[in-house]
Design a protein around this ligand. Structure first.
Ligand SMILES: Nc1ncnc2c1ncn2[C@@H]1O[C@H](COP(=O)(O)OP(=O)(O)OP(=O)(O)O)[C@@H](O)[C@H]1O
Ligand SMILES: [Mg+2]
Length: 320
C-alpha cells in the first residue's frame, strides 16, 4: 500500500543583487524597461511541493510515490529523490520540456523580481489515476500543481473512491469558489493555513461548519500558534514544537502535511497525527531550504517523546 503525492516539481534559482533595484528601474518617457542586474550568490535548490512532501514522508519511513511531470533536466533530481527513499516511477518525463523553474532575484532592500516558468508542470493534467492499481493506494494528496491537473485528480479520486487530501495552498489565490468546492468535495481532509482558510471562506461563502459538509476533516495550520484538526463532532488543537534555531520557514507547511499523512494512513489518533505534523514541520524551520533537514526514525521518536510524552503509536511508527 502506498501514499501518492501529487504536486509541482521544480528547480528554484535564488540570486542576490548587491544593490537597489529601485535606483535602476526608472520609467522614461518611452515607458520601456530594459535593465540587467549583475547578480551574485546564485543558488539552485531542488524544490516543488510534491518532492517537499514526499521527502519528509520518506524520512518518516513511508516510501511515498511522487506523481508529477518533469522535463529532460529531471534525471539527476530523480536519482537524488530515489536515494532519499522517494519512488519516482509515477513521474512522467517530457524530453521536450524543462522542469518547472522558479527564478528570483532579491536586492539589498529585500525587493524581489521573480518569474515562474511552468514548463513540464503544465502537462500535469495529462496524468491520470485510471489504470493504477486501486488496491495499492492508501491515500492521495493533491497539492499545488497545474490547476487543470489538480481539478482532474480531485474528480478522479471522487469517481474512483480513492481517499484523498485536498491541499490547494498557494493555488487558492487564483481559484474561484465553485472550483474550490469541486476540489474538496469528498476529501478525507482539506489542509490550509489560517490565511488560506479565510480565502476559502470568502470565495466559497461557506462557514467552517459548512466546509465540513464537504470534507471529513478540516486542518488549519497557524504558524507558531500550532494547528487545529476538526470535524463536525471533534476538535483537536495541537501546539507547535519550538525550534532549536529558526533558520527559514519555507516548506514548513509541506512538512506538516507529511507528518499528518503519516499519522492518518497509520490510523493514529488525531492528536498524534497533528503532533507528527508539528514536529516534522519544526525540522524544516531549523534548516535553510525545504529538503535539507534530516533525521532517523529513532531520533524523531525521541524528540516527539521529549515534547509530547510517550504514546503507543511511537513504537508502531518505528516498526515501519
Ligand atoms: N515559528 C514557528 N515555530 C514553531 N512551529 C512552527 C512555526 N511556524 C510554523 N510552525 C509549524 O509548521 C506548521 C505549519 O506552519 P504554517 O501555518 O506557517 O504553514 P504555511 O503558512 O502553509 O507555510 P508555508 O506555506 O510557508 O510552508 C504549524 O502548524 C507549526 O506546527
Ligand atoms: Mg503553505
Amino acid at each position: 500500500m502506498s501514499i501518492i503525492v501529487t504536486g509541482s516539481i521544480a528547480y528554484d534559482y535564488l540570486m542576490c543583487y548587491p544593490g537597489h533595484f529601485l535606483e535602476h528601474i526608472l520609467l522614461n518617457e518611452t515607458g520601456k524597461i530594459s535593465v540587467s542586474f549583475l547578480v551574485e550568490e546564485k543558488q539552485m535548490h531542488r524544490g516543488g511541493v510534491g518532492p517537499n512532501i514526499a521527502y519528509s514522508l520518506a524520512l518518516l519511513g513511508r516510501h511515498p510515490k511522487l506523481m508529477g511531470t518533469a522535463g529532460h533536466d529531471f534525471i539527476e533530481y530523480a536519482a537524488w529523490l530515489n536515494a532519499q527513499g522517494v519512488d519516482t516511477s509515477l513521474v512522467r518525463i517530457y524530453p521536450d520540456e524543462f522542469t518547472a523553474t522558479f527564478t528570483v532575484m532579491t536586492d539589498l532592500d529585500q525587493n524581489q523580481i521573480a518569474g515562474f516558468h511552468a514548463g513540464a508542470m503544465s502537462r500535469a493534467r495529462e496524468l491520470s489515476f485510471r489504470g493504477l492499481d486501486r488496491a495499492d493506494i492508501d491515500l492521495v494528496i493533491i497539492s499545488p500543481n497545474d490547476p487543470a491537473g489538480m481539478a482532474k485528480y480531485a474528480l478522479e479520486c471522487q469517481e474512483l473512491a480513492l481517499p484523498f487530501i485536498y491541499d490547494p495552498s498557494q493555488q487558492l489565490a487564483r481559484m474561484e469558489g465553485p472550483e474550490i468546492i469541486a476540489g474538496m468535495r469528498g476529501a478525507t481532509a482539506l489542509t490550509v493555513n489560517d490565511y488560506e482558510l479565510e480565502l476559502v471562506k470568502r470565495k466559497t461563502g461557506l462557514s467552517e461548519s459548512e466546509i465540513l459538509d464537504y470534507v471529513r476533516m478540516l486542518v488549519v495550520t497557524r504558524g507558531a500558534e500550532g494547528a487545529t484538526l476538526q470535524s463536525k463532532t471533534e476538535r483537536v488543537d495541537v501546539p507547535a514544537v519550538p525550534p532549536l534555531v529558526l533558520r527559514d520557514p519555507t516548506g514548513v507547511g509541506d512538512a506538516f502535511r507529511s507528518g499528518l499523512v503519516t499519522g492518518l494512513v497509520s490510523g493514529y489518533s488525531w492528536e498524534v497525527c497533528g503532533r507528527l505534523g508539528a514536529l516534522a514541520a519544526t525540522y524544516v524551520l531549523e534548516q535553510a531550504g525545504t529538503m535539507n533537514h534530516h533525521y532517523t526514525l529513532p531520533e524523531f521518536a525521541a524528540r516527539y517523546q521529549e515534547n509530547f510524552g510517550n504514546c503507543p503509536e511511537l513504537a508502531d511508527l518505528m516498526r515501519r
